[in-house]
Design a protein around this ligand. Structure first.
Ligand SMILES: NC(=O)c1ccc[n+]([C@@H]2O[C@H](COP(=O)([O-])OP(=O)(O)OC[C@H]3O[C@@H](n4cnc5c(N)ncnc54)[C@H](OP(=O)(O)O)[C@@H]3O)[C@@H](O)[C@H]2O)c1
Length: 340
């Protein structure tokens, strides 16, 4: 009886020690989602191993799904793959600009690229990735490429997926999204599920799916999407939709983070954002992107300018206060910059 009591006492002490250690190392992540601390702490309260390497591996596996790790700059998806939390959008980039922008991203440490059949530049993204792998010695496994199939392709999704694989020509697709809801979307998603089984696509997602669309769609498919990509910027924040998606263990990614082409000057010149940027000695673009990350939203700003691409990756040397997050939160005016 005495032995059982001593054993219990030892277990409780180990639990407290390991819980305290976990808290310090994960402080930044905790600020994003309160749930994290609970599951991280209880996970770290496992029996302590003698083998340090084994413990480290276990901790890596314990990264909570959907929670941003600001050290590795990645998030664990519900598909079991990790994805970088910031990258490059390639909408409207012509072939040459797209190749050089993808290379600029990869050369400067970025690893996430977003393209689509509709952008007409999957081939340029593939070219940029292959050149960067060779010139900068980056393994394919470290790079994460997202592409999308368009509703006009939903009637023959297999042909659309094969075409994307051919154009990209990088072995496999890290993530494929349905670009919009549309007739035949369930069939198209199920075709993508088959390519996941074949190992040709690793993770699946949706784009321009909101609460109603998701509520109807999710019960009809087998693999829960790992990601939803929607329009989000300070003037259109989706304050209800974002938590609705995140609570399902699905990662949110934003398009038009800087307002989209034609709208950026107003957003980057916004007095509130400018004053926060001045306080931190960073740019307005960096403030907006950091605000997204602190909401747990992955960013893929579009750019054909290597200086901007570099700047947009530099988001980890400062942190917005709760008050600054709130100041941006009240800029929301439900102002969509595109029709979908
Ligand atoms: N799923 C969808 O339906 C959907 C729709 C739209 C977009 N997207 C994706 O989301 C990505 C992002 O959207 P977007 O590219 O259209 O719009 P965006 O990222 O909001 O804005 C792009 C504009 O911002 C400028 N910019 C970028 N970084 C800057 C910086 N640091 N300082 C000043 N200006 C900067 C760019 O100019 P420079 O070229 O001069 O840097 C470009 O004019 C797209 O590229 C695409 O991959 C998806």
């Amino acid at each position: 009886m005495k032995r059982v009591f001593l054993g219990l006492l030892l277990f409780v002490m180990l639990f407290i020690v390991s819980a305290c250690t976990g808290k310090d190392t994960d402080r930044e992540t905790e600020q994003l989602t309160e749930d994290t601390s609970t599951s991280f702490e209880s996970d770290t309260a496992m029996p302590i191993e003698d083998d340090a390497e084994e413990t480290e591996n276990q901790e890596t596996e314990m990264i909570d799904m959907g929670i941003f790790d600001f050290e590795t700059k990645k998030v664990m998806l519900n598909s079991g793959y990790e994805m970088p939390i910031m990258g490059l959008g390639t909408y409207a980039l012509d072939y040459d600009t797209c190749v050089s922008s993808v290379k600029a991203l990869l050369q400067n440490g970025g690893r996430l690229i977003d393209t689509a059949y509709m952008y007409g530049n999957e081939d340029a993204v593939g070219e940029g990735v292959r050149q960067a792998m060779e010139e900068y010695g980056i393994p394919r496994e470290d790079i994460f490429v997202i592409t999308k199939i368009y509703p006009s392709q939903f009637d023959d999704p297999e042909a659309a997926i094969d075409m994307a694989l051919d154009k990209l020509d990088i072995g496999y697709i890290d993530m494929m999204l349905l670009h919009h809801p549309g007739s035949g979307d369930v069939k198209a998603y199920k075709a993508m599920e088959k390519y996941v089984e074949k190992g040709k696509i690793r993770s699946l997602g949706l784009s321009n799916w909101y609460v109603e669309e998701l509520t109807n769609f999710l019960p009809q498919i087998n693999i829960t999407p790992a990601l939803v990509q929607n329009e989000i910027h300070p003037y259109y924040q989706e304050q209800d939709v974002v938590p609705f998606i995140q609570e399902k263990g699905i990662v949110v990614q934003c398009w038009y983070p800087l307002g989209g082409r034609g709208y950026t000057s107003e957003l980057l010149g916004d007095e509130t954002i400018k004053s926060i940027a001045e306080a931190h000695g960073v740019s307005s673009a960096q403030v907006i992107l950091r605000w997204d990350l602190q909401r747990g939203i992955v960013v893929i700003p579009g750019s054909g300018n290597p200086d901007h691409i570099k700047e947009n990756l530099d988001l980890f040397g400062f942190e917005l206060t709760e008050d600054e997050m709130e100041q941006i939160s009240v800029l929301d005016r439900g102002e969509k910059h595109d029709w979908y």
